[in-house]
Design a protein around this ligand. Structure first.
Ligand SMILES: *Cc1c(COP(=O)(O)O)cnc(C)c1O
Length: 380
């Protein structure tokens, strides 16, 4: 069976031999032109017209009222948590099945990650398990949610749309609203993914994106925050630009803030890539569909979007039978120069987060034993 899977991957990528990466960027649009323009203009740093253009494009693509360009996805998450009102020593609920940056951003806000399980079909935060967990451990006092066991306030919830597959975000928001917990969507993997016709990242109070080298579109390093809240949108820009009060020459700053603004050089690359987003997502969805058809007769599962979701299929994901089959397939495919990867180590098993509070994590643990990502680059 392993031979057959690897053969299908090679066939769909039209590459009979040689190395096939997991996800390689494609630069076939206006990338060189726009980057050269920033160099010619000398505006390579955080002031420039591509930064403005990038924010405009992000608003158009997501439908959010505000989009703020940020240096990377981790900083976007960190700032979004602060803007959602997370304070020192408070707790932030997130998935244990996520990339480490989600938990790191919580730690950067001096808060404690608190892990809740995912659904097996979406790989994203489970609204039913979240509800069940909160019913057990949460207590509402003065319109705020507290963890009865640790005594700390639960200040935010960060669901993550894993591999670009939309989770049941409307239900997660509904549960969080009942418990007075603001939602910050980690939509870093899901640019171009929609749920019930709305772009991911627009369901929570804030949404965050990443344009790192391995994501669906890239600008080297980059990120964004989106929100419909005017005051939060304004504050996001202010805090990401050292809280400088606009003035023709004076240096006045009104609070401790950050140098988190995306440089114009990166924004130029981001604009050129965003112009191709629709074509990229179309190709990735076609690849996912082809994979699904080619593996239909094999005893493996390909994780696909749920009803009402339109995934960007950033990384296509297979579920193998068990841990030993997964490990054997990883060894086999990588040896054959077809790059495949397991799920991230679960957050509650990492040394810096293994003492964090968590609920039942059965689905995450079951998935971690079986997940394999297969080559998912755009083939244009
Ligand atoms: C990529 C990613 C991030 C962080 O983005 P960077 O731009 O690399 O800082 C955060 N969370 C998740 C789930 C990611 O996949």
């Amino acid at each position: 069976m392993f031979d057959e899977i690897v053969g299908q991957i090679r066939k769909l990528h039209k590459k009979e031999q040689g190395f096939i990466p997991l996800h390689a960027p494609v630069f076939k649009g206006n990338e060189k032109k726009y980057v050269a323009e920033t160099i010619d203009s000398t505006f390579v740093s955080s002031v420039g017209e591509f930064v403005v253009q990038f924010e405009k494009m992000m608003k158009e693509i997501t439908g959010a009222r505000h989009a703020i360009a940020i240096v990377n996805g981790t900083c976007a998450l960190h700032l979004a948590l602060l803007l959602a009102g997370v304070e020192k020593e408070e707790e932030v609920i997130t998935q244990t099945l996520t990339f480490v940056a989600t938990a790191n951003a919580i730690a950067h806000a001096n808060a404690h990650p608190h892990f809740v399980d995912v659904d097996k079909d979406t790989l994203g935060l489970s609204p039913s398990k979240l509800n069940e967990h909160l019913e057990k451990i949460a207590e509402i006092r003065n319109g705020k949610c507290y963890n009865k066991i640790t005594g700390r306030r639960i200040a935010a919830c960060v669901p993550m749309h894993t591999f670009g597959l939309p989770l049941r975000i409307d239900e997660v928001v509904e549960v969080c609203n009942r418990f007075f917990i603001p939602v910050v969507e980690d939509s870093t993997e899901s640019i171009g993914s929609y749920y019930k016709g709305k772009h991911t990242g627009t369901f929570g109070k804030l949404g965050t994106f990443s344009f790192n080298g391995n994501k669906t579109i890239t600008c080297g390093a980059g990120g964004a925050i989106i929100t419909d809240d005017d005051a939060i949108g304004k504050k996001a820009k202010h805090l990401s630009t050292t809280a400088k009060i606009p003035h023709a020459w004076a240096f006045e700053h009104d609070e401790v803030a950050y140098n988190y603004r995306m440089p114009n050089l990166n924004a130029a690359l981001a604009c050129a890539q965003l112009e191709q987003l629709d074509a990229f997502v179309q190709d990735k969805r076609a690849l996912a569909n082809d994979y699904k058809k080619s593996f239909a007769s094999l005893p493996i599962t390909m994780v696909t979007e749920i009803a009402d979701a339109k995934a960007n299929y950033w990384l296509c994901c297979l579920l193998l039978k068990d841990r030993s089959e997964k490990d054997a397939f990883l060894a086999f495919s990588n040896e054959k120069q077809v790059m495949t990867r397991p799920a991230w180590q679960l957050m509650h098993r990492l040394p810096m987060y293994n003492k964090c509070f968590h609920g039942n994590l059965d689905n995450s643990e079951w998935l971690e034993e079986r997940i394999v990502n297969i080559p998912s680059s755009v083939r244009i």
